[in-house]
Design a protein around this ligand. Structure first.
Ligand SMILES: Cc1cc2nc3c(=O)[nH]c(=O)nc-3n(C[C@H](O)[C@H](O)[C@H](O)COP(=O)(O)O)c2cc1C
Length: 383
């Protein structure tokens, strides 16, 4: 199968599985414990059905919106994901170039393997930098100042990771950062020669945004779970969010909120947006599907906050449902990573093209010419 024959996110997933050694594929594809939340995130969209309006002029479809202080060509953007070097030799840069082409916002993870400065050179589209409240708040502050200096347009604070989730697929596959060549890894890599050759030519793997701080501590080669468990401040509270909102002073999202009560506190703490997310099911298994939290949260905060749904979005019709339920935009992680692994920049480019086409077609079919006009009259809970 080639990229040209990928017609949906599941096709990219299958191609990624063919291209990547099993530990790397499983790192993207897996989640916490029994992976119930992972499955439920997408399944939850099936609870809602669309009610199309008839005989509406849909000759011109307008997918433009304004979220996080930026004009966007469509209400879809790339969620922050760490570890890009594991999935493609061009790492996050490949995704950034595709985002630039589509003018789509890219969120960049603290735990990326390309520095935020290099990503800023690759895309002039809006950019979000994702941070955590580190035990060393000086490091969080430094990252925020660097994001400002590099022209990032918003930041988000991930709050669903006071400790690392229990990702059993990674335990089974023995994945480490950087990947260590154990017998099992060597066998897994041997049957994926293209990926392995690229990795042998350039085995460099580093958490490019924080490598300097880790090297100072002599911990440059720690794993992502170790990073979660060693570096994040488990005593963090809403004052930390307030501090960050003031420090940044611009569009500020809190990522990983499911509770309507927390959304109200976030609004009072200086947030301008919530990314309704359970980290793609990678943290607390059993946590609610983000799409199910949209309506209660919108009811709780009114128009005080922008709401972004993140988790399980795989189809244009999922975007339509999320927005009809009250969200302002959606973002996704795995669709970007599957397409990155499947074909680098070209893969992400094609995936974004497919999502845009699906969204445009679904808006025409639902009888709503402007994405910003979607409202609850287009959706209902299935009987
Ligand atoms: C491989 C991988 C790495 C991720 N790394 C981060 C990260 O560094 N920071 C973060 O806030 N979220 C991270 N996420 C979560 C995503 O931002 C997003 O919440 C999640 O992928 C949404 O679910 P989806 O994959 O079903 O779209 C990661 C997700 C994946 C799959």
């Amino acid at each position: 199968m080639s990229i040209a024959r990928c017609n949906n996110v599941e096709d990219f997933r299958r191609l990624a599985r063919r291209r990547l050694p099993a530990p790397m594929f499983n790192y993207i594809d897996g989640a916490a414990d029994d992976e119930w939340s992972l499955k439920n995130n997408t399944r939850a969209f099936e609870k809602y059905e669309l009610i199309n309006r008839a005989l509406v002029n849909v000759a011109e479809i307008d997918t433009r919106t304004h979220v996080l202080g930026c004009d966007m060509p469509m209400p879809i953007f790339l969620a922050p994901t760490g570890g890009g070097r594991l999935f493609h030799h061009n790492k996050e840069l490949a995704a950034a170039r595709a985002a630039n082409k589509h003018r789509v916002l890219m969120a960049v993870s603290t735990l990326g393997t390309t520095s935020m400065e290099d990503i800023a050179k690759a895309t002039s589209a809006p950019k979000m930098f994702q941070v955590y409240l580190h035990k060393d708040l000086g490091l969080t502050k430094e990252l925020v100042e660097r994001a400002r200096a590099s022209g990032f347009t918003s930041i988000c604070l991930t709050v669903d990771s006071p400790v690392g989730g229990n990702r059993e697929r990674d335990k089974r596959s023995g994945l480490t950062f950087p990947p260590k060549m154990t017998l099992a890894t060597i066998l897994a890599c041997a049957i994926k020669p293209e990926w392995s050759l690229r990795f042998a030519i350039n085995p460099e793997f580093k958490f490019a945004n924080v490598d300097h701080a880790l090297s100072k501590e002599g911990k440059a080669s720690q794993g992502i779970m170790e990073y979660f468990n060693n570096q994040f401040d488990r005593t963090a509270n809403w004052q930390g969010a307030e501090w960050l909102a003031k420090l940044w002073g611009g569009p500020f999202a809190i990522k990983g909120v499911l509770s309507a009560e927390d959304a109200k506190i976030a609004a009072d703490s200086g947030a301008t947006a919530i990314m309704i997310s359970n980290h793609g099911g990678r943290q607390l298994d059993g946590s609610a599907a983000p799409v199910d939290c949209v309506r209660p949260m919108r009811d709780a905060v009114g128009r005080k906050l922008e709401l972004i749904v993140d988790g399980g979005v795989r189809r244009g019709s999922h975007v339509v449902k999320a927005l009809a339920l009250g969200a302002d935009a959606v973002s996704f992680g795995r669709p970007m990573l599957y397409s990155l692994a499947a074909g680098g920049e070209k893969g992400v480019d094609r995936m974004l093209t497919i999502m845009r086409e699906e969204l445009e077609r679904d808006l025409a079919l639902v009888g709503c010419a402007k994405v910003r006009d979607l409202n609850e009259s287009y959706v209902r809970v299935r009987a």
